[in-house]
Design a protein around this ligand. Structure first.
Ligand code: KG4
Ligand code: ZN
Length: 365
């Protein structure tokens, strides 16, 4: 049994993180999906630094990453009981994201690679989300992925490492952004997703009839801005919403997002099956994949379509460095290491052949 250890770094938005992941593949192979172990994880969120401004401020983010990253790398090594010599490669998110922060992570990983003489891996943040499920489950290619986060919303056919085909995307907002904006309207604070989900638990999902944008249209594109506007109009009509109103509105909004995603996933499955046949896995990833109601809705669709459903553990859905280390391990296993002059990229679509999507490359990667 050979063991490979990769140190991953994540700095593309408002989380600074370092993690060490090891793969225990059979001799000769460096990577086997589902056979990974997280040896250590150190993560610090900058939510407090940005909260006075109501959103992520790029300059503050970059400075905060710079201040803390070294100590997180040290902590990840200490917690794993390792020194730099025990690491086989250094991976960092090299885009897409807020470029100041991305540069901090990339420069740190390159410096560590240089002093140890070990390989550097520039990881696409979206690919890290896309492959994150393989950290914990033996999901094989190809699979249909719904990637839903604060800045992205895409259906992808994940055909292999570095090979994704986009089947559909949002034509306006990402669902995480809609969760965050709805939370703001209701005075629930940031980040909105977990707060809306908590309030929705005590609410009535049927009370407010909200639209299900794009449902029934050809293709599998998504849209969330109309839903957000409908919530705004409902809040205005309510005047001063009571605690019960807020709970009901959160539940109704969450139900509408889950309904849209489920319905559009059925359409995406039809498109995916044309090329890859039936019975392949359905995977959800990204921050919004942490939502229990949305996971349930997709699980039901998968069962209906004779597909298996897979989602990373909640802690690996939102931005983290273990998924970066995992994607790094996958690339290392294929010999896909990067030179030290590899450039960080503010925009970096997973499917280079897909037309640019509206909203891609926003502040939240
Ligand atoms: O993947 P992520 O950490 O960062 C990006 O790459 O965007 O996703 C963050 C987004 C935020 O918009 C947050 O509100 C949303 O994911 N989110 C959730 C939940 N937890 C995080 N949305 C719905 N329900 C949740 N439980
Ligand atoms: Zn992310």
């Amino acid at each position: 049994m050979s063991e490979y250890r990769v140190l991953g770094i994540e700095t593309s938005c408002d989380e600074t993180a370092a993690a060490i992941v090891t793969s225990k593949a059979a001799d000769g192979a460096r990577f086997a999906p589902g056979k990974l172990r997280i040896l250590s994880q150190a993560l610090v969120s900058q939510i407090e630094d940005h909260s006075p401004y109501g959103g992520v401020v790029p300059e503050i983010a970059a400075r905060a990453h710079l201040d803390i990253l070294d100590s997180l790398v040290r902590r990840a090594l200490d917690d794993a009981g390792l020194t730099l010599e025990g690491i086989d490669a250094f991976a960092a998110t090299a885009g897409p994201g807020l470029i100041g922060g991305v540069l901090v992570g990339v420069m740190t990983a390159k410096a560590l690679a240089l002093v140890t003489g070990k390989p550097f891996l520039g990881v696409n943040h979206l690919e890290a989300h896309a492959l994150s499920v393989r950290l914990v489950e033996p999901v094989t290619f190809p699979y249909l992925l719904l990637l839903v986060s604060g800045g992205h919303s895409q259906f992808l056919a994940v055909e292999g490492v570095g090979t994704c085909r986009r089947l559909g995307t949002t034509i306006d907002d990402a669902p995480g952004e809609a969760f965050d904006k709805v939370a703001k309207m209701l005075g629930l604070g940031h980040p909105g997703g977990p707060r809306v989900e908590r309030r929705a638990r005590d609410g009535d999902p049927q009370r407010f009839p909200l639209p299900r944008p794009m449902v029934g249209r050809p293709g599998c594109d998504l849209s969330f801005s109309g839903l957000k506007t409908a919530v705004r109009q409902t809040v205005e009509k309510l005047g001063r919403p009571t605690e019960a109103d807020i709970n009901d509105l959160c539940a109704s909004f969450q139900e509408a997002v889950a309904g849209c995603l489920a319905s559009r996933t059925r359409a995406a499955i039809r498109l995916f099956s044309e090329r890859h046949g039936t019975g392949r896995p359905l995977v959800i990833a990204g921050g919004v994949a942490a939502n229990t109601r949305i996971r349930e809705a997709l699980d039901a669709v998968a069962r209906d379509c004779a597909m298996t459903f897979h989602a990373p553990p909640v802690s690996l859905c939102t931005d983290n460095a273990a998924m970066v280390a995992c994607a790094g391990l996958e690339r290392l296993a294929l010999g896909l290491t990067d030179p030290l002059d590899f450039k960080a990229r503010p925009r970096w679509p997973l499917d280079p052949d897909a037309p640019p999507s509206i909203g891609a490359g926003r502040a939240r990667a």
